[in-house]
Structure formats: structure tokens, C-alpha cells
Write a protein that binds this ligand. Structure first.
Ligand SMILES: C[S@@+](CC[C@H](N)C(=O)[O-])C[C@H]1O[C@@H](n2cnc3c(N)ncnc32)[C@H](O)[C@@H]1O
Length: 233
């Protein structure tokens, strides 16, 4: 049996803005924030770097991308180099962020917390945010409890340790010390052109993962959704 994961599929297909709502939602969310040229922004789990690149292009701000997957890192690095973007890219985990405390005005997490140890990651994000700094997240959320069997199937497929409802997110954010917690359902009517940056020699298993992902999305379209989250330190 293959041990390729959903994240490996995203990395090898080089999916840009691999989160619900895609690039259009990212642009909408960022437009509402008070991002200035001297803001310091950390994009945790930055993937192939599409959002980080946009942040620099749009706001000429200080952007750092943190990522753990070697193929994502390689594709993000190529993007920043080819577009000559002064974005620092760092290999590391959001569960153990390799930066000092109180460094960032914003931390962005687009569909990343769902895949990691959430209390550890939130504690780390809290630590590196400046006092008053803001976490902006877009994370997988379930609308209601599923059967044990269904939960297990979904958790195994996405390789996640838990499936959270809105109130679970709120509880975790409170426990991590965050204030001004706002959690809301996203609406995204816009259509963004998807972006792919394919690796050579894609394994057949990756197409099975893509197809299974599509199957889950349609089967659980009213239950397996996402929330937009903002909160401050
Ligand atoms: C669903 S993808 C989203 C990527 C990107 N934020 C985007 O919207 O395109 C999740 C990302 O989180 C990264 N990731 C998973 N665990 C991580 C960890 N412990 N630390 C940093 N990044 C991680 C994955 O490698 C992947 O790039």
C-alpha cells in the first residue's frame, strides 16, 4: 500500500492556494486587513507560496513563509526566485516555529492548523505574534458530529488527528490565550483560476487521492466545510 498522503498530492500537483475558497477568498480576506508596508507577516504552511507572493506584490510588506514539506519548499523557492520576490522562506514546523517571540504583526494559516497538533501550533503562533498581533486562519470545520466510522475514514484520509466544530476552535483559541476571537462562515462566489505546478512522474496513487478528495467533498458538502478565524494576542 502506498503511503502517499493528501498533502503529498497537493505538493506533487503543486496546487497554489490549496484551501477552501482558493485565491479569490485569500484576496478578499487580506483586503479587509490593515496590512502596511512595514507589517511583518508570517505565512505558516505556505505551500507553494502563492499567497506569500501575493502579499508582497500587493502590499510590498515583509513576508516570511514557513513550510515543512520539501516539495512545497522547492516550488515556493522557485516561485520567489523566478519572480524576484524578497520573501524569506524557512523550512520548519508550525508546531515549533524557529523564531523569537513577539516578532509578527500577522500570522496567516490557510488550511494548515487542521493538519497539525493544534494546541502546540496555536501556542507557537501566539508566542511569535507581537502583542496586539493578529492570527488570520481559514480552517477545515465540521458543521455537526459524524459517526465514529465516518470520522475515522475522513481523519485517516486527510491524516488529521481531529475534526473540529466551530465551538472546538473557539475553545482551543481561548485556551491558547487569544482575544477578540471571531469565527465566521466564508462565502465565496468568485471563481479563481486554479494553479498547478506539476512534478514529473506523478504516481497513479496521487490520482486516487484526488478522486477520493472529490468524493468526500461531494458526499459531505454540507458537513465538511471551513471557518474563517481572526483573533489577536
Ligand atoms: C492544505 S495545504 C495549504 C497550503 C497553503 N497554505 C495554501 O493555502 O496553499 C497545508 C500545508 O501545510 C503544510 N504543513 C503541514 N504540516 C505542517 C507543519 N507542521 N509545519 C508547517 N507546515 C505544515 C503542508 O506541507 C502544506 O503545505
Amino acid at each position: 500500500m502506498s503511503d502517499l498522503t493528501y498533502i503529498d498530492y497537493l505538493a506533487k500537483f503543486g496546487v497554489g492556494c490549496a484551501h477552501p475558497g482558493g485565491f479569490i477568498l485569500t484576496q478578499d480576506i487580506l483586503a479587509k486587513e490593515n496590512i502596511k508596508q512595514d507589517s511583518k507577516i508570517l505565512d505558516v504552511g505556505c505551500g507553494t507560496g502563492r499567497t506569500a507572493a501575493y502579499l508582497y506584490e500587493q502590499f510590498k510588506t515583509n513576508v516570511v513563509g514557513l513550510e515543512i514539506h520539501p516539495i512545497m519548499l522547492e516550488k515556493a523557492e522557485k516561485r520567489f526566485l523566478s519572480q524576484q520576490l524578497p520573501i524569506q522562506l524557512v523550512a520548519g514546523s508550525v508546531e515549533n516555529i524557529p523564531f523569537e517571540r513577539n516578532m509578527y504583526d500577522f500570522v496567516l494559516s490557510e488550511s494548515v492548523l487542521a493538519f497539525v497538533n493544534k494546541p502546540s501550533a496555536l501556542a507557537e503562533i501566539y508566542r511569535v505574534l507581537k502583542p496586539g498581533g493578529k492570527l488570520i486562519a481559514n480552517e477545515m470545520t465540521i458543521e455537526s458530529k459524524l459517526s465514529e466510522e465516518e470520522q475515522t475514514k475522513i481523519k485517516q484520509f486527510y491524516n488529521v488527528d481531529s475534526l473540529l466544530e466551530e465551538e472546538d476552535w473557539e475553545h482551543l483559541l481561548n485556551t491558547a490565550g487569544f482575544c477578540n476571537i471571531e469565527i465566521y462562515k466564508g462565502t465565496h462566489d468568485g471563481y479563481a483560476v486554479p494553479e498547478y505546478n506539476l512534478s514529473p512522474n506523478l504516481e497513479l496513487e496521487l490520482f486516487n487521492i484526488l478522486s477520493q478528495h472529490g468524493h468526500f467533498l461531494s458526499l459531505y458538502q454540507d458537513i465538511l466545510t471551513y471557518r474563517l478565524i481572526t483573533c489577536t494576542k
